[in-house]
Structure formats: C-alpha cells, structure tokens
Design a protein around this ligand. Structure first.
Ligand code: WTA
Length: 666
C-alpha cells in the first residue's frame, strides 16, 4: 500500500462535525459504555444480546470457533425465527400494534397488518406449505414484488425450517433458474405481477420460463404458489400451479411451531462474485437473528412503541432480509413497506408516505439520495418530514455532499445520519455511528459497532496508521456472519479467508481509510480503486468531488487503461436540471470547469482525463453503478453484458452520446 497512503491521506479534508441531538442522546438505547464492555468480553456481550430473543433450549456455548472459518454461534440453543418475529409480540400483549403499513404503488391501495394478523397469516401460510409437501430442510424460492405476502412467505418458511432463497423480482428468468438449480428448490412462491412505474409488471411468465430451464438442468419444481396481485392473465399449469388465496386463506390460523437448532439454515441469498457464478451466502438462525435484531435496535435507536420505521430496500436484497423482515420484526417494530418506484405517480411519493405515516426512522441508499438531489429541493419541501429523527444510509459510500443534503433537506438540518457499512456476507451492520453516541462526519461510517472488530490493514495484514488507507478486514467472528457458500466450502474459504489466512481475518473486498482520528471511511470495492501514475485513487472520492460541484447531480468514475499512467480517470456525469438549457445541453466550458474543480478538490493527480456528460448511469436493480460497462465505453470497447442492468437501454444512450462526441479528452 506504500504509495497509496500518501495519496489517500491527502484526499479527505472534511471538517464538518455534528453532535448527537441531546434529546436522542439522553434516551439512547445504547451508550458509550457498550464499546468497552463489548471489547472486554465480546462473547459475553453477544450472549447478553441473545437474551433479547425467546429461546427454547438455551445455548451451551456462545461461539464455537474451533474449526475456522466455520463458525457456530449459540451452540445447542434452539429457537424459531418466526415465533421471535411475530408470535412473541402477540403473546406480550402487542397484537394490536401495526407490524406493516403496506403501501401499494397505485394510490390509496394500502393495507395495515397488526402483529396478531401477521401471526395468523404466517400460520396459515405455514399450514399451506406443509399441505403442499414442504418439510424442514427443503428449499423454497421466493420471487415476489414488495407485498405483505412476501414477508409472510419468508416467515412461514422460517417457521417450518425450510430455508428460503429470495430472488429479486427484477431478475431475469435465467437468474431465477440458476438459483433454483443451485440450491435445489422444489417450490417457487411468486405473484402474477406487481405494480412498478404506474403499470402492472408481470412475474409469472419469468417463473414459467425459469421452471422449464431448471428442469432442463435436472431440478424439478413441483409447486408454484401464486399470489394474485395485479389480476393479469397468466398461463396456468394445473399440475403445478396453485393460487395463494386458494391454498392459504382457508387454512387454520393455529400452527404449532417447531424449535430449530440455532445453526439451522435460515436462508440462502445469492450475490455476485468475481466469477460468473453467483455465490449462495448461507445464513443460519440464532446468530443471524441476534445480530440483526440487536443492530437494528442499536443503530436506529428503535423505540418499538412509538417509532415508525421505513427501509426502502427491496426484500430481494440482503437489506430487505435483515432490516425489513428479520431485524425490525424481531424487535416488534411498526414499519412501512412500499411496493413501487419513488416517482410514481409523482416525484414526491416517498415524502408523501413519510408524512402520511409519520415515519420517524428512514433508511435508504445514497443512489436514491442523489436522485432526489437531482430532482430538486422543492419536491421534499412540499411535505411535512418533521417526524423523522434518524436517517440511515447503506449500500455504497455516501459522499459528503449527499450526506449533507440528506441531513439538511430530509433531516431539517438536525437529524443524525447513520452511514451503515455491511454486506450480504456479514448479515448485520458492522460499521456505523450510533446516533446517540457518535458525532457525525459527512462521508464516514466511523467505527465498528460494539462487539465487532474491524480494521484497515496493508497487504501483509498490518494495521495501517491513522491517516492512511488499505483494506478493510474483520478480525473476529460475529453472530450474523455467513456460515459458508451454499454447497461450496472451498470457495467460501478462498474468497474471504485466504488473503489473511495467517491472521485469521475476514477480507471484505473493500478499500478503506482511517482518518486522523482513526475513524473509518469506506472507499468502495478494491476493484474500484484506480492506480494512476502509481498513485492509488478511489473512484468514490473523485465522484464525490464532482458531485460537490453545484452543476453536478451524479457522477461515476472509472479507471481506464492508459499507456502512460497505467490507468486514467474517466468520469461520467449527470448534470442537475438547473445546469442545462431548455434542450438539456450543457454550457461549452463546463467540462473544463469540472476538471479544474476536481483538481482543486483533490489535486491535479485526480483530474479526469475525460468527462462525458450523460443522461443516465448504468445501474443494477439494487442501484449499484456498473462501472465495468462504463469502463468498456472509456476504453472504446464493445460494451459487455448488460442483462443485470435495471434499464438496459441506458448504455445505448451513453454510447450515442459518445458517438456524438459529447466528451472532452486531453
Ligand atoms: C458496499 C449491502 C460504503 C461495500 C448491505 C460492500 C458500502 C458492498 C456501504 C456490499 C457503506 C455497503 N459505505 N460502502 N455504508 N454499505 N457498501 O452485499 O462495497 O449488496 O462490500 O450489501 O456494498 O453490498 P451488498
């Protein structure tokens, strides 16, 4: 990392600091003392958090790390995840509390489910699945829009001990088929369709195709359970397809839940790796529920009696699993679940929902925040957002400009922003401020949560000094950690544990930096770190510099191969509406202005060689920018596979811009 440290340490000069609001700090769920206590005895700390759940058999041992990297948590303990998320709140007298305020995309299409109703529905679904032949250990694929039935289906599977694999509804039939085959699912739960961007969007045809493809690859799907949502026409296979309302609604709402071993598989979530084959991340029951429920309660300072929580993530991603289903429900939270897109039928839809339900805790992704910045402050200004008391961010580094906008415009200039770093693999939030303890620094995830050990190290696994950069590692096991990759222990060891095998560190694949105070700044995946003339530069920091220019709404930076400098900085920039003329054209000298701006913000080394003004950026359906595709453009290559883009036409728009010469190269 030698040369990088100096380069990285020059890059961050963020002086703004925000103290936790006094009121929040005074009544915070977690206080400063937790760090030291957890550090002194991490296992004791997690055991204490495990007491927040209901167990059948209590564990004999908190952590078994005798055979690393294969961890077992709460060894010998038994519990039922669905009972912990639902039944126990009813038993505790909270049956009338709303669990889910569900909001459909069509206006006035809403449904509230109390914990008592949710329990009845989960029990009915569990009975129906049993009748359809689902047994403990069987895998069930779930391919659904954002409906209450999606959470119900997951919880019903968990109740039975049938691990689910939720496949994001925006994925293709191929992607669904490969997941069904990889985890050997014999049942698929889906819907006819869901509402997106103001229109019904079909799901069932993709399932039909996927089931046929899976059969070709030797995996027989026996049953497809279909929720009727949109009423669209569907092809029906009498031998295989079953309507949810016919199978589930008539069931008894009583169901005796079995207790499962703490290490019983809860779910498999597929995530892309460096090879073409997605990795099936395996999470198990006890540790996962302890990790997600405690972090949800601690990081968002959840007060279940009074808070209204909203995580905008889709259930098809890990954030939807940990912080929409398992974490919040285990905590007895009241939450919002929204089916559609943020601009349907108007760009203020999210803020309208915040106002209507009095949302107090709001958790979203930087990409959404930057989109709202682009749409302009007057959109949220039309709504009363004063109920919000904690704001969260997840999924990618939040640049200081987006952080400040979020705090100022959505948080009235006083609501703390918690930037939460974690991964599908970690299952739970690992690095984040605590809103009642930590002062906020725009752009920094700050430090590891109590009970978690994270550091930034060099190539040899040595901790780097404050003020320098390196690789993010996790130094000890944590309860919600992945247990392995489904069916592939070797790849599990190789991907995460081989790089620092002698130290026993988990390698996260992220670059990070410790600032002068030792606080952690995430710099993006290590493969997004560029090396320009021997200086390591983060794509994120240059993006951040670009976005800090008043005319820029969003930016993506890639390192393109360069004969002289190794890599060169290439930027793709979306302008704010106010920066362009009526035709959407940019002023002539703007590109020079932006290059100079980056030079001023970071240094001449970071000055982009090329800046292209584009109308959109290529993003996956989870909002991650696909830099690989931009790299193809920057390196004048044929653009690669676009099938995982949310909108595959975006690359055509960008190519057209390039062909028209809307860029500037030195
Ligand atoms: C990135 C999403 C910076 C990171 C929960 C990580 C972040 C990957 C942050 C995991 C954050 C997530 N700041 N980067 N607050 N949160 N990331 O598996 O590169 O979809 O490795 O999990 O997202 O993405 P995943």
């Amino acid at each position: 990392m030698n040369d990088s440290s100096a380069a990285l340490s020059n890059l961050m000069h963020e002086e703004r600091r925000f103290e936790p609001p006094a009121e929040l700090a005074d009544a915070a769920n977690v206080t400063e003392e937790a760090y030291e206590r957890a550090d002194a005895d991490p296992e004791g700390f997690w055991a204490e958090q495990a007491e927040r759940l209901d167990w059948g058999q209590k564990w004999e041992r908190v952590l078994d790390w005798d055979d690393p990297p294969f961890a077992k948590w709460f060894v010998g303990g038994t519990l039922n995840a669905a009972v912990n998320c639902v039944d126990r709140h009813v038993d505790a007298g909270h049956g009338d509390r709303v669990a889910i305020h569900w909001v459909g995309e069509p206006e006035d299409d809403t449904r509230d489910l109390t914990y008592a109703q949710l329990r009845d529905e989960v029990c009915r679904a569990a009975n129906a699945l049993t009748e359809l032949g689902v047994r403990k250990g069987d895998r069930v694929a779930i391919y659904m829009p954002m409906l209450p039935e999606t959470a119900i289906a997951m919880l019903a599977c968990a109740r039975l001990g049938a691990p689910h694999t939720v496949v994001f509804g925006g994925f293709s039939a191929d992607a669904l088929a490969s997941r069904v085959v990889d985890c050997g699912a014999s049942v698929v739960i889906t819907a006819d369709g869901g509402y997106r961007r103001g229109a019904p969007s079909a799901l069932k045809p993709a399932v039909d195709e996927a089931v046929a493809k899976a059969a070709d690859q030797g995996q027989q799907v026996e049953t497809v359970l279909v929720v009727r949502r949109t009423g669209q026409d569907v092809d029906w296979n009498e031998d295989r397809d079953v309507w949810w309302h016919e199978a589930v609604d008539q069931q008894d709402s009583g169901h005796e839940a079995e207790l499962h071993d703490a290490e019983h598989p809860l779910y498999v979530m597929y995530t892309s790796g460096t090879t073409g084959k997605p990795k099936g991340i395996l999470h198990t029951t006890g540790g996962y529920l302890v990790g997600t429920s405690w972090t949800h309660w601690a990081v968002f300072d959840l007060k279940p009696e009074t808070d209204v929580y909203w995580c905008t993530a889709d259930v098809g991603w890990v954030t939807g699993h940990s912080y929409l289903v398992y974490g919040p429900l285990a905590n007895g939270a009241t939450q919002v679940m929204y089916e559609g897109t943020p601009d349907s039928p108007h760009k203020g839809r999210w803020w309208e929902i915040v106002e209507k339900y009095g949302v107090t805790i709001f958790y979203t992704a930087p990409t959404a925040i930057r989109t709202f910045m682009k749409w302009g402050d007057d959109v949220p200004a039309k709504f009363d957002l004063s109920s919000i008391r904690v704001l969260g961010s997840v999924g990618e580094p939040i640049n200081p400009e987006a952080y400040i906008w979020y705090r100022e415009t959505i948080g009235a200039g006083k609501v703390p922003v918690v930037d939460t770093w974690w991964q599908t693999e970690t299952g739970q939030i690992m690095i984040s401020p605590l809103p009642g303890v930590t002062h906020g620094k725009p752009g920094s995830a700050m430090k590891a949560l109590p009970g978690v050990a994270a550091d930034v190290v060099d190539d040899h696994g040595e901790s780097v000094p404050n003020g320098s950069g390196g690789y993010l590692v996790l130094q000890r096991p944590w309860p919600a950690m992945l247990r392995t990759l489904w069916g592939d222990d070797e790849r599990f060891k190789e991907t995460y544990w081989s790089r620092y095998a002698d130290k026993g560190f988990y390698f996260a694949g992220d670059g990070a930096k410790k600032d002068e105070d030792g606080d952690i700044w995430l710099l993006g995946r290590v493969d997004d770190v560029m090396n320009v003339s021997g200086h390591r530069l983060s794509t994120t920091e240059i993006e951040s510099a670009l976005v800090s220019h008043a005319k820029v709404a969003e930016a993506a930076v890639v390192g393109a191969a360069d004969d002289t400098t190794g890599q060169a900085v290439c930027a793709f920039v979306i302008l704010r509406e106010s920066a362009t003329d009526d035709e959407g054209a940019a002023p002539d000298d703007l590109i020079k202005e932006l290059r100079d701006h980056v030079a001023k913000e970071i240094g001449a080394i970071a000055k982009p060689r090329q800046i292209m003004i584009v109308p959109e950026l290529p993003k996956t359906r989870s909002g991650k920018i696909m830099r690989r595709l931009l790299k193809d453009v920057a390196e004048h290559r044929e653009v690669g596979d676009v099938t995982t883009l949310a909108d595959s036409t975006v690359m055509d728009l960008i190519k057209k811009k390039e062909d028209a010469g809307s860029s500037d190269e030195d």
